[in-house]
Design a binder for this molecule. Structure first.
Ligand code: ADP
Ligand code: MG
Length: 349
């Protein structure tokens, strides 16, 4: 027996109007329709919404790209794929959304049928996670750093004592003192840069200097284990569009993981190359490797095999790379080593 009701008894207008997903119809000059969910999301009434253009509710960082996407929909009848953007509610609150649009054909005209998904809460949870992983990583590396700062401080103190004793202003001492002070300063600056709150807006980031910084931050721990890092890059600098502190967090975690997996006197190879408009970062270790079944678990949950591990590092790193429109791939052989490949679109002016 067939109990289906036929499609023509549905009231599609009511269906769209009451849908819990935000839906609107606009063109590049004017808004034409918004369902209840869309009006609720933007905290605006229908009359005011219809007076405006879509841009009014979009964060200015996305005006140019949105114009382009709307043009493709309205003039070429193309679909604008899902994209994360920021919108502004009528009360001024900025919030994260996923937007996609398809062409809506009516009387020889094409409009954009827009679907919007409010992802404010997901983004906030993600931010908290990124922050807490960062804090736990800071905790992990700070023991090494304290040691790092203590050495130059001790030597500075020693030289000052010496100078006090016999008024000996040996230029050699002064040079060493200057170098030591410089080192403390670089470490402090670097830590400060790393721990400052998330930079939301992406900018041009030089991956070569990010990786140099990361190697520098882990220098004490690398030295303790006598693990050497070989960093090669064809170009003196390689740029992507992104958040410097987040990319540093990813590289710090991957390098720290590689170091954790390595036995004494092994090497870690890092390279940065550009290829077909992409930047490829490789981090290769000669560590204990990962079993096939475990590669799948990595980065999906709180998966860790370390006594003091959080199992958050890879999950957060994968997320950050995804937000940079990049991908992460892993190849590993037990007993031979592991290589992480990160591909991110290169910065274009
Ligand atoms: P944590 O480092 O706190 O354990 P991560 O998310 O950074 O958390 O890593 C999760 C797990 O993935 C690690 O515990 C380890 O088992 C595995 N792993 C990550 N990187 C490597 C690597 N380079 N070599 C071997 N195992 C790795
Ligand atoms: Mg880790």
């Amino acid at each position: 027996m067939n109990n289906h009701v036929t499609e023509d008894i549905f009231d599609f207008k009511q269906m769209v109007e009451n849908s819990l997903g935000a839906i609107m119809i606009v063109d590049d000059k004017q808004n034409h329709y918004a369902n209840k969910a869309a009006l609720r999301m933007l905290k605006v009434n229908k009359e005011d919404f219809l007076q405006e253009s879509f841009h009014k509710f979009l964060h200015e960082d996305y005006h140019a790209i949105c114009k382009n996407r709307l043009y493709q929909v309205i003039h070429h009848g193309k679909v604008a794929e899902m994209m994360e953007q920021k919108m502004i509610r009528a009360d001024g609150e900025v919030f994260d959304v996923e937007i996609m649009a398809s062409p809506y054909f009516l009387n020889d005209n094409i409009y954009a049928l827009i679907h919007i998904h409010d992802i404010k809460e997901r983004k906030e949870a993600e931010k908290l996670l990124i922050q807490s992983e960062k804090l736990s990583m800071l905790g992990e590396i700070s023991a090494g750093i304290v040691h790092e700062i203590r050495n130059p401080l001790t030597s500075l103190k020693g030289f000052i004592q010496l100078m006090k004793l016999d008024d000996n202003r040996n230029p050699k001492y002064i040079k060493i003192m200057e170098d030591e002070l410089e080192r403390v300063q670089t470490i402090a600056n670097d830590l400060l840069k790393y721990s400052k709150p998330q930079d939301e807006i992406y900018s041009e980031v030089n991956l070569v200097s990010v990786i140099d910084d990361v190697i520098f931050l882990l220098e004490t721990e690398l030295f303790k284990k006598q693990v050497q890092v070989e960093f090669t890059h064809e170009l003196p600098s390689v740029f992507v569009n992104g958040s410097e502190s987040q990319l540093k967090q990813v590289l710090l975690n991957l390098l720290k993981n590689a170091l954790d997996a390595s036995q004494e006197n092994k090497k870690i190879f890092i390279s940065v190359d550009t290829h077909n408009g992409n930047v490829l970062i490789k981090i290769k270790d000669q560590g204990y490797g990962i079993q096939k079944e475990e590669i799948e678990k990595m980065g999906t949950s709180f998966f860790t095999t370390k006594e003091k591990g959080t199992g958050l590092g890879l999950m957060v790193s994968y997320n950050i790379i995804k937000n940079h429109k990049g991908i992460v791939e892993v190849k590993s052989e037990v007993g031979i080593g592991t290589t992480f490949f990160i591909t991110i679109p290169a910065f274009v002016k």
